[in-house]
Design a protein around this ligand. Structure first.
Ligand code: MRU
Length: 337
């Protein structure tokens, strides 16, 4: 991804591995501060995932893969590293997908650093393919709504939901992006908008509650969101608030698409009811950064994800093409034979 730091423009990834250190753009303070977080131990990699230095399903997977490679270099027991990294965030499937692949490779005596690098390249390449398939759905002049950050920061590069948007923009299509602010962590206002600025894509941030207003007025042509886990029946877990966006899109006849690589599909789950939903600290709702916005004595609930039933989803844009939720069985056969 293109990152402008001062006057300098750099090609960077959200996470990379250098001299045995897992390096990450610290997503907690963006866009006001640009800092690189360095994780030197398995515990520090786990901290980075849990505290959302890095976030977004594919980027979490890549970070975990590098975490396993680091543990291997440090001659740490791989089962122990696996457990530490696994117990960080429960919803994003990519975490478990990456960890299983790495554990298997280490048990087979492979070079874990090479495997982790290959994993990162592969996921980013798959997301670029999502862009190529999804771009065809975007017409010139489209106004696209997205929720949370399913962009380059959530993947490493390209993004999932933003990959079709970036491809369309680079092809010269005139597009406009509605960016949901995404309370409580503001991944939309802070991160997606930051990426749109880096790419020079026209956009506006809207309060989460405003999406229905613009949909009802005919100012949204399509919705594309990412996913944290997709069940076999096409139910999709994504950032809290996605479900209600899907309902309002359906009500207003606006096509609602999900973009995700195969690593996000959990074919072992029959439906979204089985997806574990992370509930995070109440402070994320009670405070806006360091400022308490709720009265002393008030408590909050903070589910990080919700499940959008398959019936609201027009298509799932994957690296293998665009599938209706009812075609996931076909997709599984194409992958596993
Ligand atoms: O809690 P986060 O920021 O890790 O959640 C990420 C999301 O839910 C994103 O919206 C995304 O669609 C999944 S990652 C591409």
């Amino acid at each position: 991804m293109r990152v402008k730091i001062g006057e300098e423009i750099k090609e960077m990834r959200a996470v990379w591995f250098e001299d045995g250190v897992v390096k990450l753009i610290d997503q907690r303070r963006l866009p006001s501060e640009f800092e690189i977080f360095e994780a030197r131990t398995t515990e520090e990699v786990a901290y980075a995932i849990k505290e959302m230095v890095v976030r977004g399903a594919p980027a979490i997977g890549i970070t975990a893969a590098y975490g396993m490679a680091q543990a291997w270099l440090q001659k740490r027991n791989e089962d122990e590293a696996f457990e530490i990294l696994r117990n960080t965030r429960p919803t994003a499937h990519d975490l478990f997908y990456a960890l299983e692949k790495m554990k298997m490779a280490i048990k087979n005596g492979e070079d874990a650093v090479k495997i982790a690098e290959k994993y990162a390249e592969d996921i980013i390449g798959r997301c670029e393919k999502i862009g190529e398939h999804g771009e065809k759905l975007i017409k010139d002049g489209y106004r696209i709504l997205t929720h949370c950050n399913a962009g380059a920061l959530a993947v490493g590069d390209w993004g999932t939901a933003t990959a079709p948007i970036r491809k369309a923009h680079r092809k010269g299509k005139k597009i406009f992006v509605w960016v949901d602010e995404t309370r409580p962590r503001l991944q939309g206002a802070r991160l997606t908008a930051w990426e749109m600025v880096q790419e020079g894509i026209e956009h506006a941030i809207i309060a989460d509650n405003a999406a229905g207003f613009f949909m009802q007025r005919g100012e949204v042509d399509m919705v594309i969101v990412g996913a944290d886990r997709i069940a076999s029946n096409g139910d999709v877990a994504n950032k809290i608030g996605t479900y209600e966006k899907a309902i309002v899109a359906h009500e207003n006849d606006i096509p609602f698409y999900v973009a995700a690589p195969i690593s996000t599909f959990d074919f072992s789950l029959k439906s979204g009811d089985e997806i574990p939903i992370e509930e995070r600290r109440e402070e994320e709702v009670l405070f806006c950064r360091e400022c308490r916005i709720a009265p002393q004595g008030s408590h909050a609930r903070n589910p990080a994800f919700d499940v959008t039933p398959a019936g609201y989803i027009k298509g799932i844009i994957t690296e293998m093409g665009v599938y209706k939720p009812t075609e996931i069985g076909k997709l599984k056969r194409e992958i596993h034979g």
